[in-house]
Every structure is written in structure tokens, then in C-alpha cells.
Design a protein around this ligand. Structure first.
Ligand code: AMP
Length: 993
């Protein structure tokens, strides 16, 4: 090998170019260079002393980028002291400096014929100064950092070649305090190539953690960490002050605290970015923006919340994440059950809750005067808010249940109730609020009891009393009944007096005796409840009345005589007047019509239009003549006996147009037909009750002759129920039944016997209010397709009619009650045909033998019991309509009682009668009923027939059954098929009899 130092340097240089890394150097981000010899492409201009020592050489790296290096290799000479000093390096903010040297160093053994003292190290030194001192250079001022030796100077390869290795050494210097410094490399006789010198300090680089930015930070030289406060990135807020520590190694440590993105912004790549359109963020935090909830939108970026679509709202306190909502639709199917002066309103939940759960109901009560037009509650009415003493139970507003009881209304008064469903946004949308209205007319009600009685004067034989009118008279008080008796005798004998005013003097009393007295008021609706017992004592025998008192007594007696005389006179006058009017109207008949009950004076009674010599007089007495031009016919809705039934509109002058039903009398009628047709109007016109179809008027003066009634939107009850099979709640069905019973009570109170009460003759309006219709006398039955001729020649709807009415035409309100029982069965079975396909003859026979219809499916036990009560053979044992109304009212008030069904429980407790002797079977369905039909008569019948095997049973035919007395077709078929089934089940065993 050539030992010339020059060639040696050349080799070094070659080697050097080989060992430079073949890729661009990327320094760690936390290192800041103060000097990088490789970055300089021109002469570095470092000072070399003496001049033949360190030599600056230009070369290229593997990318042919020029680099500057320094070499020294004076190993052939003695006493080497070669210095190489860098330019002045400003310290900047650094306290601790790192010096990275890359160099190659030849091992002295590899150099043959070394003359001098070959070294394998060189020294690294530094000098701090405040200024650049230029070329001024003094060796002794430099402080030594370290002696640098090669880690791996030479390595022997397998082939015996020597390869120069590049050494990298890093030394730390510091803390430094002056503005700048020089580095120096002292060679004392080594063969060194200084390939690169890099001087740097470390910093913690700018970073963003937890949405807080931390600036470039230069660590301290000491071991302690530098605490750095972060600042929140744009659009964020400090939750807890963000902090981090910068270590001496330029590393960030221990992040504490954080920032949160503002509302409308979400965190994306360590920044807070606006929410996109269609999204929102309403709170501070690093959660993502949320999609707008249903029925809301955000058209802009950075939305804090989404706006509601048109007609949708947010209630105060609704979270931004909740869908926008709207007011609920109106309550549905309002049913009113009137009980004298109170009404139970019952309705269904609105179809649309508006998307909210906070629904409550508010009931507004209005007292209305004027015409109530029809089920739609339109018509000319003047309404005012109800008096404040009307009571709502539980209350009128904020109701959570779909029922309310309104009490203390006035008797015989029209009221409209507006029921509104409200939710949390109803107040925001007053125009969208909807309510369901129901109009009712209260019934007559007896007066409330007299509560205040005062004793004015007492003597040995008499006492004078006064009292206050009842708090709620519910009508005009006709008189008071005063009942009194000796306390000792305990009501075994008592005296009754009547008084028109609020005072009475009782005479003829025993001296020194205690009496008890009760007073009750009477109106057209009857007697009210009695007052609590009032006790008084007469004066003792020895008691003598003062002269003043005797004067008063004298005055009282003379006044009484005068009053009696006046009363007698009035009575005679009124009597005469009445007699005259009686000759016009057959009032005698009115008093005794119907059940043979004596009608009470003061209560209106029904007048049979046939008692009028000229029936058209009756029509004009009870029905208003309408001008045909006020009526517009829309369409045909049904067919009646005398012509079509149409729907249409009636517009009377200065009244609101209302919907009406129009019955027409078809052309070519006889006089009798016309009379019979109009008889219905004469009857209907006498009634005024919310559950009786109301007559608007008649057209008799032009053709066609028409009867105009209120329009019932849902038509007849039987078809309505069949159309809505199983769609009503128990309480709704009971509400309908209650209406029918209330209408029937009114008719029976009026002395009118319907004779054809059946679901087909009940009409239903849009509020599910049921009204009794189809009035007439014999003609009704002619009209009814269900009516059949009986053996006695009359035409009767067999399945609906009580046995005594079929057998000997004994039609009474009690036979109407039987029919009501059948209607009850029809309603509870949703329009099923009573006795199914059995023939009329079979029905008559079965009923006569004691069989009754089975309970309809899921029929509440109480209702089935009521049916059975209505079907009592003994008509006096059947409930009166008043009792039926009261039973149904109790059920409505206690709907829980409807849950016990007749099919699942034993017989319910008797509601009306002692029925211990009743033998009516109770069965779950038609099959059970038929089974019972089979068992009861057949058990006895079969006892006379001998059969012992399955074969005999299987062969039992309808004929055989007829022989043993089972003549009803339904049961016969059922028995035969049951026996056949039984046979197949018990082929190999004995048959239970
Ligand atoms: P009628 O002759 O009374 O039995 O009536 C025959 C049919 O006409 C009934 O079954 C109903 O469908 C219809 N109808 C009678 N009156 C009315 C009314 N007031 N409103 C609506 N439909 C009625």
C-alpha cells in the first residue's frame, strides 16, 4: 500500500464519500441546528492553524451534492498540534448544546513506516464569547469538551481488505451563557477526516394536545422540566387550564387539562370545525355534531340547534336532541251518559299524539240556548261559559284519563262540552288546536233536599215552621210535603201535609210531646230527597199563651181561612178551564195510557194521534210544517215502508243550515197510508229527549209528503255494529246501551210503548249517541221485515218480543224491557242475529221452555245478568228502564266491573231480583248453550229411552230426537253432531249418560 500521506488522504476522501449515508438526512423535529457543515456548499472558512495542519477539502456526496470536509494526517512528523476552529456560532436560546461529529480515523497499525508518534484520537474544545472575534484565535482560551476516539476505526474483512468506518460521536456542552461560541478540533498526530460537524440544541416542538396548542419550547439545562401553558385552539374553550412539561430531551410530558370545542363546532384533526348543514351541536364538548332530529333542519354550518319544520314546535325544556312535535289531534268517540243533572263524558285517545307523551285533556263547559242542529253540533246556538258551581270530577283541566264527570248542571238545559287534547306544544300553536264537542241536554232532576228548617212559634197544640228553598230546586217547586209523627211512635203512624210556600203551621198536636218532621220538595220531576229529621216539642198543658200570641194565632187562623177560601175559589176556576180543554184533548186517556200506570200530574204524557178524529190535526199540533223550498235532498240512504229515506239539508230562515234525514211518502198512496205515514211524525213530535230521534218538521202542504228528522250519520245500530265488529271498548258499548235505556225510560215515563225495540230501529250519530227511532202503532210492525204473523193474526218481531206479547198481545213497557234485553244481546255480540238461524216457531218454543240466549263472547257478567233479568218470564220481575239506566250508570262509574266476563265466571250476583228459583242456564257461547239445551231436556227425555252402546247413540237421528220432545232445529242438529262426535271418541268404552 502507498504510504504517502497525500495518497492516504485521497483514500480517506474516497472512503469518506462511500460512507456518507445514501439518503437525505432528516433531523428529528426536536433538534434545532446551530451549525451544519454539510449544509454549506461553499468554503466553510474555518481557521486552520498551523496552515499545514487541517486541510479543507471539497467533495460530493452520493447525490453529487458538494460537501466540505477537513482532514489531517501528519503521522509522519513529530509533535503535532494542529487546530481547526469553527466560525462563531450564535447560541440563540439554547443552554445545552450538542455537537455531533462524523469522522473517520486510521488506526496507527495500519500505517506502515510511521515516523512520528501516531495518535488515534483528537480533542474537541470550545470557547464562549459575547461577539464574533473574527480570526483572532488563542489556543489557551479554549476549554476541552472531550478527547474523541474512534469507536470502530478499522475492521478487517474476510478477504483481508481494510474498510474505513464512519464514526459518529455526540457530546453535550453547557450550560452556556454567552451569546455565542467557537468549537475547535485539536489534532496531535492522528490521521483524521472530519466528514461533518453538526451543532444543535433540543427543543420541545410546537404541538397541539387536547385541543390546546403548545409553542416551541427550549428546555432548561438543569434536570428540571419546563412547565408550559397551552392555549385553546380556535373555536374552543378551556375546560381545565391545559399544561405540559418540556423535558431536557425535548420531549413533551404529562399533558394536563383540556379545551372543548364551542357549540356549533366539533373536533376534527386536533381542530374545532363547524358542524355541517343538517347537523347541530348545542353544547360545549368534544362530541361529534348530531344529525338534526325528525321534523327539524339546519341550513347553515355551525348550527347550535335545528329549527322546527313548519307546524312543528319545541316546548320549553325540550332537549335539542328531541324531535319537533305538534299539538295532538282531537279526542275521538266522545260518549256522554247523562244522569239527571250530571253527565259522564268518555272519549278515546286522539289518533295523533303529535309525537309527544305529555298529553292531557281539558274540558270546557258551555251552556247553550237555541237549536241544537244535529250530531255535528252545528246549528244556531248561543253559548256562554257554564256557571262556576258546575263541578268537574276529578277536574276540568290537566286530565290524564279519558273520562270526566260533570255534576251540578241545570236540569233540562243544553250544554256543549269541548274536549281538547293538549300536549307540551299546544300553547305554541293556538291555531292548530282541535277539540271534540258533544252537546247534551240534561234530564229533569228532582230537587235537592231542604236543609234549613226553623221553628217560629210553639203552643200546646201547634207549631209554626219555616224553611229555606232547596239549594238546587232543578225546576219550579210545585209544593212541599211535610211529614210528621210523634217521636215515641216511631213512624208507625204519621201525618202528611202539603204547602206551597216555605212555611207551615201544624195544628192538632198533643201538648208536651216530641215530634219528628221531614220536608221534601216536589217539582215536575217528582219529589226530592227528604230533609234530615227535625225535632220539636209542643208546650206543656199548663202553658198558656200570652195575649200577644193569641192575637198572632187569631191573625194566623183568619189568614188561613182566607187562604183556604181563595184556594177553593181558584181550584173551582181552574177546574172549569181544564174541563173545557179536556173536551178538546182526551186527557183521560193520557192518564191511563200505556202500562196502566197512573200518570203523575205535571209530567207530560204521550197522546195517541189516533184519538184525534182528524189525524192531520194531530200532525199540526205536534209537528212543525216546513216549506219544501227550505229542504235540499242529497242522496238516498235507506228504504222505508212508505218510500225512500234520504239525507239532505234544512235551511230555515235566520237559522244555520243543518243535516237532516228526509222520509218521503211515495206517490199513489191511499188516505190511510198518508195517515199512517204522518202518524210517526205526530208521535215523534211529542218527544224531546237526547236519546229519541228528533223531528224537525213535516211537509204536508206540497208533494212529496215528507217527514224531516235529525240526521244520524252512522245509520242503524245493527249494521253499524256489524261494520265495526269488536272495535269498541266495553265502556263505549255500555255508553250506547245507557243512551238507549235513557230514551226508553223517557218513552215509558211518557206512557209510550214502543213494541218494536230492536238494534235495527236504533240510529247512531257521529258521536256514537244512540237514539230510539221508528215510531208508530200497528204500522211499525207492518213496516218491520222481522215481524211475522202470529197465530192470533198480529204481525210481531218474534225474536225481540216478550212471550206475553206474542201470546196475547200484552204490549207494555215491561215487554219493551224484554226487547231491550235482546238489544243488549245484539250490542254485546256486535249485531249477531238473536237465536241465529232458528225458526220463529223454534224460538217461541225454546223461550217458552225456559231457554235464554247464551252470553255473547267476552260479555261482562253484569250485562249478561241484566239480559237475563230483562227476560224474566214474569213481566213484573223485569227491571224498569229507570233501574236499567241506574245499573248502567253504576257500571260506567266503575268500569272495572266490566272485566269479569260471563263466560269465565260463575253466575254474577243478581242485580235486581231474588232469582233463587230461576233455572236459566248460563253458558259461554252458542256451543255451550246448545250443549245445555241438549242436556237439560234430553236428560229427562233420554231417561225414557233405552240406549246402552255407542252404536245406538251414533244412530240417534233428528227424528229420534223429535220423538223424545227435542223439536228445536238448532239443538237437534247440535245434539246429533255432538252425539256423533262423542261416538267416535268413545268407540271402545262405555258411554257416559
Ligand atoms: P226507517 O224507515 O225509519 O226504518 O228507515 C230506513 C233506513 O233509513 C234506516 O235503516 C236507516 O238506515 C235510514 N235512516 C232512517 N232515519 C235516518 C236518520 N234520521 N238518519 C240517518 N239514516 C236514517
Amino acid at each position: 500500500m502507498d504510504c504517502n500521506p497525500r495518497s492516504l488522504l485521497f483514500i480517506l476522501h474516497l472512503l469518506m464519500t462511500c460512507v456518507i449515508p445514501a439518503f437525505p438526512i432528516i433531523y428529528p423535529p426536536n433538534e434545532v441546528n446551530l451549525l451544519d457543515s454539510k449544509a454549506s456548499q461553499g468554503e466553510l472558512g474555518w481557521i486552520s492553524y498551523p496552515s499545514h495542519g487541517w486541510e479543507e477539502i471539497s467533495g460530493v456526496d452520493e447525490h453529487y451534492t458538494p460537501i466540505r470536509t477537513f482532514q489531517v494526517c501528519n503521522v509522519m512528523e513529530y509533535s503535532q498540534n494542529n487546530w481547526l476552529r469553527t466560525n462563531w456560532i450564535p447560541r440563540r436560546s439554547a443552554q445545552k448544546i450538542y455537537v455531533e461529529l462524523k469522522f473517520t480515523l486510521r488506526d496507527c497499525n495500519s500505517i506502515p513506516l510511521v515516523l512520528g508518534t501516531c495518535k488515534e484520537t483528537f480533542n474537541l474544545l470550545y470557547l464562549e464569547t459575547e461577539d464574533d472575534e473574527g480570526s483572532h484565535f488563542r489556543e489557551h482560551q479554549f476549554l476541552k469538551i472531550d478527547t474523541i476516539a474512534a469507536d470502530e476505526s478499522f475492521t478487517q474483512t474476510d478477504l483481508g481488505d481494510r474498510i474505513l468506518k464512519l464514526n459518529t460521536e455526540v457530546r453535550e456542552v453547557g450550560p452556556m451563557s454567552k451569546k455565542g461560541f467557537y468549537l475547535a478540533f485539536q489534532d496531535v498526530g492522528a490521521c483524521v477526516a472530519l466528514v461533518s460537524v453538526r451543532v444543535y440544541f433540543k427543543k420541545c416542538p410546537y404541538t397541539v394536545r387536547n385541543l390546546a396548542s403548545f409553542p416551541d419550547t427550549v428546555p432548561m439545562d438543569s434536570q428540571s422540566l419546563v412547565e408550559v401553558k397551552g392555549s385553546c385552539v380556535n373555536h374552543s374553550k378551556e375546560e381545565e387550564p391545559p399544561r405540559m412539561y418540556c423535558s431536557t430531551e425535548g420531549e413533551w410530558l404529562v399533558p394536563i387539562g383540556k379545551c372543548l370545542c364551542n357549540p356549533g363546532y366539533e373536533e376534527r384533526s386536533s381542530t374545532c370545525q363547524t358542524c355541517r348543514a343538517g347537523f347541530y351541536k348545542s353544547t360545549l364538548g368534544n362530541m361529534e355534531c348530531s344529525k338534526c332530529p325528525p321534523h327539524s333542519f339546519s341550513h347553515h354550518e355551525g348550527s347550535l340547534h335545528c329549527s322546527c319544520e313548519k307546524n312543528y314546535f319545541r316546548a320549553e325544556g325540550d332537549p335539542a336532541s328531541m324531535a319537533c312535535t305538534r299539538p295532538p289531534s282531537s279526542p275521538r268517540n266522545v260518549i256522554s251518559s247523562i244522569n239527571e243533572t250530571s253527565v259522564i263524558l268518555d272519549w278515546s285517545w286522539p289518533e295523533d299524539s303529535g309525537g309527544r307523551k305529555d298529553i292531557t285533556f281539558t274540558v270546557l263547559c258551555k251552556r247553550c240556548r237555541g237549536v241544537v242542529a244535529n250530531g255535528n253540533n252545528s246549528g244556531t246556538q248561543r253559548c256562554e261559559p257554564c256557571r262556576s258551581n258546575v263541578r268537574f270530577l276529578p277536574r276540568a283541566t290537566g286530565l290524564h284519563n279519558t273520562t270526566v264527570t260533570v255534576a251540578d248542571l241545570l236540569a233540562h238545559t243544553n250544554y256543549t262540552f269541548e274536549i281538547e287534547a293538549q300536549n307540551g306544544v299546544s300553547l305554541s300553536a293556538p291555531k292548530m288546536r282541535q277539540y271534540a264537542a258533544v252537546t247534551i241536554t240534561t234530564n229533569q232532576a228532582a230537587p235537592s233536599p231542604v236543609t234549613v228548617i226553623r221553628k217560629e212559634k210553639t203552643s200546646r197544640n201547634s207549631v209554626s215552621l219555616t224553611w229555606q228553598e232547596p239549594e238546587r230546586p232543578n225546576g219550579i217547586i210545585l209544593d212541599y210535603e211535610i211529614k210528621y209523627y210523634e217521636k215515641e211512635e216511631q213512624e208507625t203512624s204519621y201525618t202528611i201535609l202539603r204547602a206551597r210556600g216555605c212555611n207551615v203551621t201544624l195544628n192538632g198536636l198533643k201538648p208536651n210531646t216530641a215530634y219528628l218532621l221531614q220536608i221534601r220538595a216536589r217539582t215536575a220531576a217528582g219529589y226530592g230527597a227528604s230533609s234530615p229529621s227535625f225535632q220539636f216539642e209542643t208546650s206543656p198543658d199548663s202553658f198558656s199563651i200570652s195575649s200577644e200570641s193569641s192575637q198572632v194565632v187569631l191573625i194566623a187562623i183568619s189568614s188561613a181561612v182566607a187562604i183556604i177560601l181563595l184556594t177553593v175559589l181558584l181550584y173551582v176556576l181552574i177546574g172549569r178551564f181544564c174541563c173545557r180543554s179536556k173536551s178538546k184533548h182526551p186527557d183521560e186517556k193520557r192518564l191511563h195510557f200505556g202500562n196502566g200506570h197512573l200518570r203523575l200530574p205535571g209530567i207530560r204524557t204521550y197522546v195517541d194521534p189516533h184519538t184525534y178524529e182528524d189525524p192531520s190535526q194531530a200532525v199540526h199540533e205536534f209537528a212543525k210544517e216546513l216549506d219544501a223550498s227550505c229542504i235540499a235532498i242529497d242522496k238516498v240512504v235507506g228504504a222505508g215502508e212508505f218510500g225512500e229515506v234520504c239525507s239532505g239539508r234544512l235551511k230555515l230562515p235566520s237559522k244555520k243550515e243543518i243535516c237532516v234525514a228526509i222520509k218521503t211518502l211515495k206517490g199513489g198512496y191511499t188516505d190511510k197510508q198518508r195517515r199512517d205515514f204522518l202518524a210517526e211524525a205526530s208521535i215523534m213530535g211529542q218527544f224531546d229527549h237526547p236519546n229519541i230521534i228528533r223531528l224537525e218538521g213535516v211537509v204536508t202542504r206540497s208533494k212529496p209528503v215528507m217527514i224531516v228528522t235529525e240526521y244520524m250519520e252512522n245509520g242503524s245500530l245493527d249494521s253499524f255494529l256489524r261494520k265495526h265488529d269488536a272495535q269498541f271498548t266495553g265502556i263505549q258499548l255500555v255508553g250506547m246501551l245507557r243512551g238507549i235505556a235513557s230514551g226508553m225510560k223517557y218513552l215509558s215515563d211518557m206512557g209510550y210503548v214502543h213494541r218494536d225495540l230492536a238494534a235495527r230501529n236504533i240510529l247512531v250519530n257521529s258521536n256514537l249517541v244512540c237514539k230510539v227511532s221508528d215510531f208508530g202503532l200497528s204500522r211499525v210492525l207492518e213496516d218491520d221485515p222481522e215481524a211475522a204473523y202470529t197465530t192470533r193474526g198480529g204481525k210481531i218481531p218474534i225474536r225481540w218480543t216478550a212471550p206475553e206479547a206474542i201470546a196475547y198481545r200484552k204490549f207494555t213497557s215491561a215487554s219493551d224491557a224484554w226487547s231491550y234485553g235482546i238489544v243488549l244481546w245484539e250490542v254485546m255480540s256486535y249485531g249477531e242475529r238473536p237465536y241465529w238461524e232458528m225458526s220463529n216457531q223454534d224460538v217461541i218454543k225454546a223461550v217458552d221452555e225456559g231457554y235464554r240466549l247464551p252470553p255473547p263472547m267476552d260479555c261482562p257478567a253484569t250485562l249478561y245478568q241484566l239480559m237475563l233479568d230483562c227476560w224474566q218470564k214474569e213481566r213484573n220481575n223485569r227491571p224498569k228502564f229507570e233501574q236499567i239506566v241506574s245499573i248502567l250508570d253504576k257500571l260506567i262509574r266503575n268500569p272495572g266491573s266490566l272485566k269479569i266476563t260471563a263466560n269465565t265466571t260463575s253466575r254474577p250476583a243478581n242485580l235486581l231480583l231474588d232469582r233463587s228459583s230461576a233455572e236459566v242456564p248460563s253458558m259461554g257461547n252458542m256451543g255451550d248453550w246448545m250443549d245445555a239445551m241438549r242436556t237439560l231436556p234430553c236428560k229427562e227425555a233420554f231417561s225414557g229411552v233405552s240406549y246402552s252402546s255407542c252404536d245406538t247413540l251414533a244412530k240417534t237421528s233428528t227424528e229420534d230426537l223429535k220423538k223424545v220432545g227435542v223439536t228445536v232445529v238448532g239443538p237437534q242438529k247440535k245434539i246429533v253432531s255432538s252425539l256423533k262426535a262423542l261416538d267416535s271418541h268413545t268407540k271402545n268404552g262405555p258411554v257416559p249418560v
